[in-house]
Design a protein around this ligand. Structure first.
Ligand SMILES: Cc1cc2nc3c(=O)[nH]c(=O)nc-3n(C[C@H](O)[C@H](O)[C@H](O)COP(=O)(O)O)c2cc1C
Length: 230
């Protein structure tokens, strides 16, 4: 598959065949993803491939705690955990998270409910000592640090696609970073950037819903003329 096609058609995959992914394959994905860019080429990513059942269960529980809160916020019309938001409305929405958990128990469940049985669970960790965070001292939410980690995650997903695998970068467990620290031997200078879930896809959707260039790109100023097709 050529690069343009891969970039335009690599969807989030959350349903997997009941088929094991070998350690060799996992190694090969990381062996390609290691060429991802990072600030100052510091490569502050660390990866923990989680096989242990107890650790997987911890991740599943943490994921679901966040997931039902996410659903509750979405149902209330909020952008879940937006860094600029109405915190009171958010808290009110989150109070209803247990209703979403109960509803999920009535059905077959999705990735969240079966997270621990996913073929591959990869905890993506950042070493804060090596993360160039240029916006660190600004009086606002910091964003730049993640830019040195998430391209790596995307490279894992693209590499996965090229060998018939699929997956998704998830972030729900990050909320429970402190509780997870001990189980994964994370030191204070480590933080969790996400949890990657990978496997052989049951389906491979290729038509992605994304906004048009005209809706997000302008000339000269943010409210300038839209960048439009030639
Ligand atoms: C930073 C980040 C965090 C995400 N967190 C989650 C998550 O916690 N759970 C999940 O199911 N998907 C998660 N996703 C996947 C997005 O939901 C997905 O990329 C988006 O909805 C587009 O889906 P599509 O490729 O199927 O169109 C995350 C993606 C990114 C980039």
């Amino acid at each position: 598959m050529d690069l343009m096609t891969a970039l335009r058609t690599t969807a989030a995959i959350r349903e997997f065949e009941n088929r094991e992914v070998s350690d060799e394959t996992i190694y090969d994905l990381l062996e390609t993803a290691r060429f991802a860019p990072s600030g100052g080429n510091r490569q502050a990513w660390r990866v923990v491939v989680v096989k242990d059942e107890h650790q997987r269960a911890l991740l599943g529980e943490a994921y679901r705690r966040g997931w039902y809160e996410y659903l509750a916020q979405g149902a209330a019309g909020l952008v879940p955990w937006a860094s600029v938001t109405n915190r009171e409305a958010e808290q009110e929405a989150i109070r209803h998270a247990s209703a979403f958990e109960e509803a999920a128990k009535q059905g077959p469940g999705g990735m969240a409910e079966h997270l621990e049985s996913s073929p591959v669970l990869m905890l993506l960790v950042a070493d804060l000592r090596y993360l160039a965070t240029v916006d660190r001292d600004l009086d606002r939410y910091t964003l730049v640090g993640g830019g040195s980690i998430y391209p790596f995650a995307w490279s894992v997903l693209l590499a996965a696609r090229s060998v018939g695998l699929g997956g998704v970068l998830t972030t729900m467990v990050v909320k429970d970073e402190e509780e997870l620290r001990g189980a994964f031997h994370l030191e204070q200078h480590h933080c969790i950037a996400g949890l990657m879930v990978l496997g052989y896809p049951k389906h491979q959707p290729t038509k992605l819903r994304r906004s048009l260039v005209e809706s997000f790109a302008t000339f000269d100023t943010l409210d300038g003329t839209a960048v439009s097709p030639r």
